[in-house]
Design a protein around this ligand. Structure first.
Ligand code: FES
Length: 69
């Protein structure tokens, strides 16, 4: 079992929990401070790559389920 969990929230972000680093395309690290991180999955965040809650404003709908295969 991994020490990192990425949970796909219904109609919302990826919730990342665990000891991870989030880096941009140039290798610069975003400050996470060891907290859970919500990453935008809808594209409407005004603070990419983080979720700002804007998915609610745009009515983002996505409820993927793992197939277990
Ligand atoms: S998933 Fe929350 S703003 Fe995009």
């Amino acid at each position: 079992m991994s020490d990192v969990t990425i949970q796909v929230k219904d109609n919302g972000p990826f919730l990342v929990q665990g000891d991870v680093s989030i880096v941009d395309a140039e290798g610069q690290e975003f400050a996470a401070n060891g907290k859970a991180i919500a990453l935008c999955r809808c594209g409407a965040s005004t603070n990419q790559p983080f979720c700002t809650g804007n998915h609610k404003e745009i009515g983002f709908e996505s409820v993927p389920r793992a197939s277990g295969d």
